[in-house]
Write a protein that binds this ligand. Structure first.
Ligand SMILES: Cc1cc2nc3c(=O)[nH]c(=O)nc-3n(C[C@H](O)[C@H](O)[C@H](O)COP(=O)(O)O)c2cc1C
Length: 327
């Protein structure tokens, strides 16, 4: 029989889920308590109209929040059952979650701790190679969400770099896109990406960075070349359920990386632009699967200072109560 955790526990779970990653830190979700259920809705006011007109990034971000909710609940002794997009493809109601008590396992506690330790670290990774076994483990993990993660071999890396550069150049010609980007990187009180999370001009020679320069210094102490790995996460179809699952899978991979000390950065710009999305599909995947996000994985450099946390909206801004009769 499902029932909601008590108020204090539910709030503690939702406080943690607020830490989920989201595109430009838009946090485009709302939680609704309805009887014994918790609903996840998208918040259309937080949509990136120019970067993400189809809402792929928005729904993926909500998927990441959904995954952090499930992880936080498991760590606090509650098992979630999730019904995804229950109303025939409407993307405003993304999931209905019910809860049942369940004793947490040690691994649940490790994942719960990772929620507060995860952040986007865009600095150069170290020259230590990521073991193949580790990459295989990450690829295996996302299969649970119907997502296939392909490790990009060295000889295909130039395709990734070209897609990043081309999509950046494409979007840089769109004034409305740029205005939107700048509005989310001005350092909001409870949303957006602060300068302290974005690399400064000296540290960021990459021609594919989508953000304006910030104040984060790389402090590159590693003499070797960065041993970064690139993966592409893809789904069988390209619809809101796939985007939601891709967001859950991205967060599952990210928290798992966090527990073992690996840094992960997602790149969605080449997926937002149709021509580069098709290039990735045809030249990297070579089949009909649908790329949803590129990720860069590597070991952080030993002497890098911890990343400052990015801000989050207050829980009461994203939590509503509703009776079944009012819906
Ligand atoms: C769907 C999605 C798309 C993202 N796209 C990018 C991206 O293209 N480039 C990037 O550097 N970070 C990207 N991010 C990371 C966000 O900018 C980051 O999660 C957000 O600013 C919050 O910061 P935090 O991860 O440090 O908590 C993305 C995250 C999500 C969930």
């Amino acid at each position: 029989m499902s029932r909601l955790p008590n108020d204090a526990t539910l709030r503690a779970i939702l406080e943690l889920a607020r830490r989920a990653p989201s595109v430009h830190n838009t946090q485009p979700w709302a939680w609704v308590v309805r009887d014994t259920m918790l609903l996840l809705r998208s918040d259309p006011h937080r949509k990136l109209v120019h970067a993400d007109p189809n809402e792929r990034d928005l729904v993926m971000s909500c998927g990441a929040a959904l995954h952090e909710l499930v992880v936080a609940a498991a760590g606090m002794g509650w098992e979630c059952t999730v019904h995804r997009i229950p109303e025939g493809g409407r993307t405003d109601l993304l999931a209905v979650v019910t809860f049942a008590p369940r004793e947490p396992e040690v691994a649940d506690l490790g994942m719960l701790a990772a929620i507060e330790q995860r952040f986007t670290d865009r600095r150069q990774v170290s020259s230590w190679p990521v073991p193949r076994q580790r990459l295989d483990h990450l690829s295996h993990l996302v299969l649970d969400y119907g997502v296939v993660a392909t490790v990009i071999p060295d000889h295909l890396r130039p395709i990734v770099v070209a897609a990043l550069e081309t999509s950046r150049a494409h979007q840089a010609t769109d004034e409305a896109y740029l205005a939107e980007l700048y509005s989310w990187t001005r350092g909001g009180r409870d949303e957006g990406i602060p300068e302290s999370s974005l690399l400064d001009a000296d540290s960021d020679p990459a021609s594919y960075t989508r953000f304006p320069r910030g104040t984060l210094a790389d402090g590159d102490d590693d003499a070797g070349s960065p041993a970064e790995e690139w993966l592409v996460l893809a789904t069988a179809s390209d619809d809101p359920v796939s985007w939601l699952r891709a967001g859950e899978a991205l967060d599952a991979m990210w928290l798992s990386c966090t527990t073992s000390g690996l840094a992960l950065v997602p790149y969605t710009q080449p997926i937002e632009v149709g021509s580069t999305r098709r290039t990735l599909q045809h030249e990297l995947l070579g089949d009909n699967s649908c790329p949803q996000v590129l990720v860069r994985i590597g070991w952080p450099q030993r002497y890098h200072a911890p990343m400052p946390p990015t801000p989050r909206r207050a829980l009461d801004d994203m939590l509503q109560h509703e009776s079944a009769a009012s819906s």
